[in-house]
Design a protein around this ligand. Sequence first.
Ligand code: ACO
Length: 325
Amino acid sequence: MTAIRSVVLGCGSYLPRQILTNAELAARVDTSDEWIVQRTGIRQRHIAAEGEFTSHLAMNAARAALAHARVDAQSIDLIVLATSTPDNTFPATAVAVQEALGINRGAAFDLQAVCSGFIFALATADNFLRAGAYKRALVIGAETFSRILDWKDRGTCVLFGDGAGAVVLEAEVQPGKSSDRGILTTHLRSDGRHKSKLYVDGGPSSTQTVGYLRMEGREVFKHAVGMITDVIVDAFNATGLTAEDIDWFIPHQANKRIIDASAHKLHIAPQKVVLTVDLHGNTSAASIPLALAVAVKDGRVKKGDLVLLEAMGGGFTWGSALLRW
Ligand code: ACO
């Protein structure tokens, strides 16, 4: 029986020009390159320029994805933008992107699931496309986490960076098998009992301020690997595919130790893991499409490859997506 699948037509990304190295951070707070690399794998991160907003990063990534997909912006009828650092409380950053691209049909909205945002946005767009509600979607992850960091808190400010990535999805009829191209399965989870372990201490309704990111790093670490692997096992069970079948594992880039431990637990070979955390830091909802764009551009991810995506973040939220390129 045939199935409608959301096939990835192209991807793109954008990073602000300014790079902040560990050595530069060590001049600001009591930390060292050695500590950061050993605990996280991060060597540098990009920081948005003054006046450069999440929407600007998102627009550049969206344009790159449209060019890579070789489709006209006018053919897009759905934009789902994952971010926890919108330009404004409202309207959605997605409508700024929609306007910049000259699109005035279909729907554009933001979605907030912190670092799992891109997986949640991908699953949302996939469900709309498979239901026949829209035909061609832009799914974007874009963040300016530098704006919500407490630059005096060495426990968090060394971890995050700014950036954006995007994919273009199209609804296509496929044979309805695990060998289909497109998104084969998505799995989303959340558990609000953990909401105080990673949060921002401000907001329009509570403090009328934006607030700063606060995190119990050890607590996040403790839960991350189990949650990530659970939701990947869900993806394998839903499709009958296994870790052996995976060509590329493109995880949320929060911490190299979490990524290595997850890959090890799932028996995914290290050479199949795409790592960009060293160069980008944790860019929250942007990290997966940023890593994807790197692996597509350098020729690793090719048509027909089976790609496994996963993320875990504030909430806690976590999720996986299995797709064939
Ligand atoms: N430089 C130097 N020392 C530091 C730094 C720093 N940047 N930050 C903390 N320390 C110190 C602490 O003060 C502490 O010192 P003490 O022993 O004298 O009290 C010591 O290092 C150990 O601190 P821990 O927090 O226990 O260090 P840990 O080994 O757990 O590493 C880290 C911290 C890297 C944050 C780790 O817990 C982690 O990676 N957690 C997961 C965080 C994460 O990935 N978050 C994002 C996921 S969700 C999302 O993406 C939004």
